[in-house]
Design a protein around this ligand. Structure first.
Ligand code: AMP
Ligand code: MG
Length: 494
């Protein structure tokens, strides 16, 4: 057990922090404490998540929690650790990676509590173990934006800031994000033990994941009764469902390396992500991604490729390779169904069919042709549907090709009349968000935070927690990006 570095804070936090992951044993991690960051301040807080965790004193004992969640102090019972994993980065085997700046503090209410940017670990390689303020604010807000959108994700409890200088392209300051998820296990954890021929540990890892998160794989007889093939299939389906949601909402992850792929199908490791402004299927949000490997429209293919890396890693556990291939094949129908259903809902249709898919393809072609703002289009279409005469020009004025969209809208209104108007309209307004975390909006919050004004971080958290609501007074955050948004360059540097 790690010693506390100073007197424990007086909080009513969980008495036992022991993570179930730590029971796997020391082949899987290195025990170590966060490196104190010095004087810290709150940048963003998510009391709603604290309540979900049962941390009733999060507000009351804010000063004590600030020390713990910036890595300055441990609570009694915490046994922090950094885990080892490997992975493929940009399609190439990258060898050992691991938690180079993330430290797991422990587990409460079935959720792991992890500090990102908490100092050096044995897996830091050339890095400094820290995370900068701008990327920490982006991760904090985007995690909760995804949660608000109903997309599987790791959560974010808070961001703390500091004066500690860190060097990236320029000098910046260090911050810490507290991330929360049932597990931070990645495809790369499996790849690590498989690559090193540590098949006992590989099996222990798979057994842990099955027991804790996929118990039905033990009794699934579909893939020769092999629980590991069944796990692979379950992960393929979950990944397909999450990526389908990304595609439907216009989310570009930016760095889908296998070490950033959650075994639970959560959106994980927010770095150079972006919600599309103009619809462009080839959009590349990561300025370090010179070849567009992780371009928006590539994401489903990359997810499938990444699943093959996981499948390859799990082969020592699956006696017959054809079972693994069959398991992975579940990705394709899983993705197709999830995507079709989500796009049909965006169109206000009760269910997906060949007609909804055809209309959707045609629409995306029109949106791409005119580089129409993706989020604004869908929200305007939802409101347009509510108008009795459907006479307003708010949708068609988004297009240069007015003939194309007029024809599409005409055919669409014929189809949509099959459903009760209020039903379709409600469905659309609850599927097409008014608010997503656009790059320039995040940038405004970051710039204000650099002057110690954290009010926009807090406002955006509220708005993004319920992105389908109107939030009067916050229209500016749902508007078109300003010209300067085009010059924001987000790279892997964080
Ligand atoms: P990422 O691209 O952020 O997912 O990081 C890839 C790998 O590099 C992971 O093993 C990270 O822990 C590690 N890493 C990224 N940034 C740093 C840093 N500043 N210090 C130490 N390790 C880092
Ligand atoms: Mg990562």
């Amino acid at each position: 057990m790690i010693e506390c570095q100073s007197a424990p804070p007086e909080t009513t936090s969980p008495a036992c922090w022991r993570s179930s992951f730590s029971a796997l044993g020391e082949a899987f991690f290195v025990p170590l404490a966060p490196t104190p960051i010095g004087q810290a301040c709150w940048v963003g807080r998510n009391p709603a998540l604290a309540r979900e965790l049962g941390w009733t004193d999060f507000e009351e004992n804010a000063q004590e929690w600030l020390q713990v969640l910036s890595g300055n102090q441990l609570m009694p019972g915490m046994a922090p650790l950094a885990s080892v994993y490997s992975g493929h980065q940009f399609g190439v085997w990258a060898g050992q990676l691991g938690d180079g700046r993330a430290i797991l503090l422990g587990e409460t209410s079935g959720q792991e509590i992890q500090l990102k940017g908490a100092g050096l670990t044995p897996f830091s390689r050339m890095g400094d173990g820290r995370a900068v303020l701008r990327s920490s604010i982006r991760e904090f807000l985007c995690s909760e934006a995804m949660q608000g959108l109903g997309i599987p994700t790791s959560r974010a409890l808070c961001v703390t800031g500091s004066d500690l200088p860190v060097r990236r392209e320029t000098m910046e300051t260090a911050a810490v994000v507290t991330r929360v998820a049932p597990s931070f296990i990645r495809f790369g954890h499996f790849e690590h033990f498989s690559h090193h021929g540590q098949h006992t540990q590989l099996r222990e890892l798979a057994d842990y994941v099955i027991e804790r998160f996929f118990p039905s794989c033990r009794v699934d007889q579909a893939l020769g009764g092999n629980a590991y093939a069944s796990l692979l299939q379950a992960v393929a389906v979950r990944t397909a469902q999450t990526v389908a949601m990304w595609q439907a909402v216009g989310f570009c992850h930016g760095v889908m390396n296998t070490d950033n792929m959650s075994i639970l199908g959560l959106t994980l490791d927010y770095g150079p992500f972006q919600f599309l402004d103009a619809y462009d299927p080839g959009h590349i949000c990561n300025h370090s991604d010179h070849r567009g490997r992780y371009a928006f429209q590539q994401q489903p293919h990359v997810a499938y490729w990444n699943l093959h890396c996981l499948g390859q890693a799990m082969l020592p556990l699956i006696p017959d390779q054809t079972l693994a291939i069959k398991a992975l094949e579940a990705f394709k129908p899983g993705f197709a169904a999830a995507y079709a259903n989500r796009m049909a809902a965006k169109l206000g249709f009760a269910q997906a069919d060949a007609d909804s898919s055809r209309r959707c393809d045609e629409l995306l072609r029109l949106l791409g042709g005119d580089r129409v703002d993706y989020t604004i289009f869908w929200r305007r279409l939802s409101r347009w549907c509510r108008n009795a005469d459907r006479n307003d020009a708010s949708v068609r004025e988004l297009f240069t090709d007015r003939t194309g969209i007029d024809l599409w809208l005409l055919q669409f209104s014929e189809r949509i009349t099959q459903y009760p108007r209020t039903h379709s309209c409600e469905l659309m307004l609850n599927t097409n968000p008014k608010f997503v975390l656009r790059n320039h909006v995040g940038e405004l919050a970051i710039q204000a935070a650099r002057t110690q004004d954290y009010s926009l971080v807090s406002t955006l958290l509220t708005v993004l927690h319920s992105p389908y609501d109107e939030h009067p007074g916050c229209e500016a955050y749902a508007d078109f990006p300003p010209d300067w948004a085009g010059s924001i360059a987000i790279s892997c540097s964080s």
